[in-house]
Structures are given as structure tokens and as C-alpha cells.
Design a protein around this ligand. Sequence first.
Ligand code: PRP
Ligand code: URA
Ligand code: MG
Length: 213
Amino acid sequence: MRIFVADHPLVAHKLTALRDERTDSPTFRQLADELVTLLAYEATRDVRTEPFTVRTPVAEATGVKLATPKPLVVPILRAGLGMLEGMMRLLPTAEVGFLGMVRDENTLTASTYAQRLPDDLSGRQCYVLDPMLATGGTLGAAANFLIERGADHITAICLLAAPEGVARLEQDLADTSVPVTVVTAAMDERLNEKGYIVPGLGDAGDRLYGVVD
Ligand SMILES: O=P(O)(O)OC[C@H]1O[C@H](OP(=O)(O)OP(=O)(O)O)[C@H](O)[C@@H]1O
Ligand SMILES: O=c1cc[nH]c(=O)[nH]1
Ligand SMILES: [Mg+2]
């Protein structure tokens, strides 16, 4: 597994504002959207392309276009939905599949409550959107689910990651030969006793969409 921590002043600036507890929900959604687009630029460095030739008004130019099958973007509901538009801005022709997952606040175990994905992901590059890599349970389960369906290349975009989550993900993916990369805006210090990232930004889903319970 590969971890890429984006090192860019604009990423750091937007992330700081996102962390700020005074940031309201509309601003949080806007910042998350902008941050994802910056991260998506890094995350799509190895998106598959094929040669494509066009004619300019002057001459022929050899270039590339996105290869088929098109990449699949998979936001993990709920909070990953807040990252979708920012990702699709860079990959407008990608297809989108959905995974609904929730972490039990007491056991910190992730479970899947909804999925709408192609059955066969053979040969697909998948871009998973999940703002928080905390214990790693959610992302590990999501990645293994996609691999079972045939995905052969997975890149996860996370706004924040914790070292404990990265270690768990390494373990959960130990048996796969599918390349998995995590692109994140920052590697934070640790998890607290409730499984929240420290310093983190709080509950990403609640800050995007409000508290449910
Ligand atoms: O790494 P983990 O310990 O598994 O935690 C990370 C998950 O927790 C949050 O989702 P949550 O369960 O709060 O659902 P929500 O997006 O609906 O708020 C977050 O959006 C991640 O999906
Ligand atoms: O810090 C955290 C950990 C898990 N989920 C969140 O939304 N925030
Ligand atoms: Mg939540």
C-alpha cells in the first residue's frame, strides 16, 4: 500500500479552515469540495489513458484520452458524498458507484447498509472517497469489497488519516496483490479513546450534513 500526503500550501490552508470548529456547514462543504479537487489532481496521476490523435487548426497532434473502461468513483456514504462533486470536476466522464457504510460508535466496527455498484469491476480503476481514515475499518472493508468484484487498482482519497488506520489497512490488505494508494491532505497524530482522529476535524458526516441520531 502506498500513502501520499499532499504537501501544498493551498491544501494546508484549506485543511486548517476545515478543522476550525467555528467553520459552519455551508463553508465546510465548500472547503471539502475545493480540497478534494486539489487531492484529486494527485490521486489521478496514474489514471489510465490511451493514445489519441486530434487535428488542431494547424496540424495533427498526438495526445491521450481516458482509457476504457472508464474509472469508477465510489463515495462512501454519508460523508464521502461531500467529496463527489470535487472529484467529478476532474473526472467528469467517470462512472459513480455508491457504498453506504456506518461505524458503530461503541464497537467502532464498520457495517455496510447500502451498495449500488457494477457487479463486475474487472479491469476497473476505482477511486474511493472517504474523508476520514480513522481505525481503517471502513476503508479496509470497502477496498476488499471492490477487490472481490474484480477491481484491479484502487486509490482512496481521504481528507485526513491516522497512523492507526494506515496500519490496520496494511493488515486488511495484506493478502491482495491489487495496488492500493491512499492520498490524504494530512497524517494526523493519533486516535482518541472514541476512535476520533486527533486533532482531526470532528465528525465529518455531521459537519457536512448535520447530526443524526
Ligand atoms: O476508519 P473508521 O474508524 O472506520 O472511520 C471512518 C468512517 O467514519 C465516518 O463515517 P460514519 O460511520 O460516521 O458515517 P457517516 O459518514 O454517515 O457520518 C467517516 O466518514 C468514515 O467513513
Ligand atoms: O475523527 C473521525 C473519525 C471517524 N469519523 C469521523 O467523521 N471523524
Ligand atoms: Mg459520521
